[in-house]
Design a protein around this ligand. Structure first.
Ligand code: FAD
Length: 573
């Protein structure tokens, strides 16, 4: 057997040995038995070929800039949410002379989706929070995507279409053989855990209400407009672990839960993530006065029942729903997929963009007056050699974390005790994964009556990203499928009998890491500076990998591009 390695070696190879220390999360089954469990289960590693990209990045093939075939106002490199929001903004301003060059065979980047047997599912991002009125450009995007149906007459806050709001229960947690509803394993918690939890909630609420003398908040979006008061900057420079220690928040359950959230939201554990990023999840939503329900927009009671700060918007295909809505508003002629950009270069009249057509294997060059580089910045140096010549080394500070996402087709939904029905998110206490999403109960689900379902499994490999990235690439489907199945079997013993198919997507550079000093630091400020006519977008330079931040940051960059090409517009920021 090719993968005959011991459990300890496996943990070491995955860089999970530290995490596992003393925790028996790994399946006790011998490897051969795991293989036996995969019998009868089909599946594949899906996604675009990464080989060609790696070969080019490592200088593996030579190419030459061509005579430009076309001239555009703006060339957008990367068709993820950043590139699409930039395109949306320009289209909205009446500027249609742009092209999006996307390496993958479809648009969407880390917010793309798949489907099987009529079931849609996400391959990455899967939810957003309802917006507040202060986030003007985000509200405009959501209005245009049909998410906002009106504004409340008493506080002018947006009212989201209830068809997009996730119903309760949101979360279930499995700990020591039993399920609990919510984020915490209540049945394991002692009085001291409850005390620490209450104190942590008070601290989060303090920061959520906090304003500096100029009225700026300590947390929230957009990132670059939050207060830079000393006390806020201090949080950004310390780790979340140091913050918890400083407040003597010692509860193991609380620390585990915060750690899990930090990994889930921003891909780093508490010992590595900045305390500001760690607290953002808990303190970013601005406190709001209670207002009576708006008469013209009666929400169903099951939506009214959800605390407004805990409302989430999601779709069976995840944020690919938003991608689809954005694409509907962008001319298909402006969207070119399977085009891998190799070089972006400043010239006196603008930029030249050279790319490889992955279908025809031909190299093409286009001219544009301005470029928006909305691809991840580990590609900045191979794509833009001028950066090295200019001595711009700041993009090297960016660190990326790998993730794995799997979609499991099941004969039926997994069983739960009657008191804890299946939730939208279901995850394990002290496990190596983020658990799975069950989307059949979302209002926009088109799940059929046949009982079959698809579960979306997530795992982030944050403890030693370089090593784990190599493991991700090295190991094949049977390795990952059996680990995923084993992980889920801990929560649901019937899993091997109900799973029929497992497709797996490996994200080698899924998200950048918000380590202390990165978000408010000088390096990120430098990254935001254009290189001639090349502007930088993408969630990495925007700071936080969440739709709200990514979209608003991109709108700002698109408006800068409009300014540069002298296209008239009124800012929506
Ligand atoms: C597993 C996972 C779960 C997530 N969950 C959530 C969530 O629930 N909610 C949320 O808000 N956010 C989530 N995110 C964060 C998500 O990444 C951002 O919200 C957002 O989608 C990022 O968009 P982007 O365009 O900045 O980057 P990307 O999605 O990385 O897009 C960059 C694009 O550039 C393209 N590209 C790369 N190289 C080239 C090249 N040489 N030439 C041309 N194109 C190129 C890529 O193919 C890609 O399409 C998640 C991310 C991951 C990985």
């Amino acid at each position: 057997m090719a993968h005959e390695i011991s459990r300890r070696e496996l943990l070491k190879a995955l860089g999970l040995a530290g995490l596992a220390g003393g925790i028996s999360w790994w399946g006790a089954l011998p490897w051969t038995e795991q293989q036996a469990r995969l019998r009868g289960i089909s599946g594949a590693i899906v996604g675009d070929d990464v080989e060609v990209g790696h070969r080019w990045r490592d200088g593996g093939f030579a190419f030459q800039e061509q005579v430009p075939t076309k001239q555009f106002g703006v060339a957008i490199i990367g068709g993820g949410v950043s590139g699409l929001c930039a395109a949306w903004r320009m289209q909205q301003a009446g500027m249609t002379d742009f092209v999006i060059l996307e390496r993958a065979s479809e648009m969407g980047g880390t917010a793309k989706s798949g489907s099987r047997a009529g079931h849609r599912y996400p391959w990455g991002a899967h939810y957003v929070d309802p917006p507040s009125k202060e986030l003007r450009s985000l509200c405009k995007i959501y209005e245009d995507c049909g998410l906002i149906i009106g504004y409340h007459p008493s506080d002018q806050q947006p009212i989201c279409d209830p068809r997009h709001i996730v119903r309760l229960p949101h979360r279930n947690i499995f700990a020591k053989g039993a399920w609990s509803q919510g984020r915490y394993p209540w049945h394991l918690m002692k009085a001291s855990d409850y005390q620490d939890l209450e104190r942590f909630e008070q601290i989060a609420s303090h920061w959520s209400n906090w304003l500096d003398p100029s009225g700026k908040r300590a947390f929230g979006f957009p990132l670059d407009s939050v207060s830079r008061a000393d006390s806020v900057v201090r949080l950004e420079r310390m780790t979340m672990l140091a913050f918890l220690q400083e407040h003597r928040l010692d509860s193991g359950v609380l620390r585990w839960s915060i750690n899990d959230r930090c990994i889930d939201e921003f891909s780093l554990p508490i010992e590595s993530i900045s305390a500001w990023a760690g607290l953002q999840y808990y303190a970013s939503l601005a406190p709001r006065k209670k207002v009576p329900p708006a008469k013209d927009f009666a929400l169903p009671p099951e939506v009214e029942a959800i605390d407004p700060t805990d409302r989430k918007m999601s779709w069976p295909e995840g944020n690919a729903f938003l991608v689809r809505q954005l694409l509907r508003r962008i001319s298909p002629a402006s969207c070119r997929t399977s085009q891998m950009v190799l070089r972006v270069r400043n010239v006196p009249e603008g930029v030249r963009v050279t790319f490889l057509d992955l279908n025809t294997r031909k190299i093409e060059t286009i001219a544009a007056r301005c470029a928006i580089f909305a691809a991840p910045k580990y590609l900045a140096y191979p794509c833009i050699p001028e950066l090295t010549a200019l001595g711009r080394s700041e993009f090297r500070q960016m660190r990326y974390i790998p993730w794995i996402v799997a979609n499991l087709r099941c004969r039926r939904r997994p069983s739960f005790p009657s008191k804890t029905p299946i939730a939208w998110e279901n995850f394990g206490f002290r496990s190596w994964s983020q658990g799975y999403i069950y989307a059949d109960d979302l209002p926009t689900s088109d799940a059929e009556e046949d009982e079959q379902t698809t579960l979306t499994f997530y795992a982030c490999f944050a403890s030693s990203p370089d090593q784990e990235r190599r493991s991700l690439l090295r190991e094949g489907w049977d390795f990952w499928a059996s680990q995923i199945l084993e992980e889920l079997t801990r929560m649901h013993p019937e899993m091997p009998d109900i799973v029929t198919h497992i497709d797996i997507f490996r994200w080698g550079h899924a998200m950048h890491a918000a380590y202390p000093g990165f978000l408010f630091g000088e390096d990120r400020r430098k990254m935001q500076q254009p290189c001639g006519q090349i502007l930088f977008a993408h969630c990495d330079v925007g700071g936080l990998a969440v739709f709200e931040q990514v979209s608003m940051y991109s709108v700002g960059i698109a408006e800068e591009a409009l300014r540069r090409i002298k296209h008239p517009f009124t800012s929506i920021q």
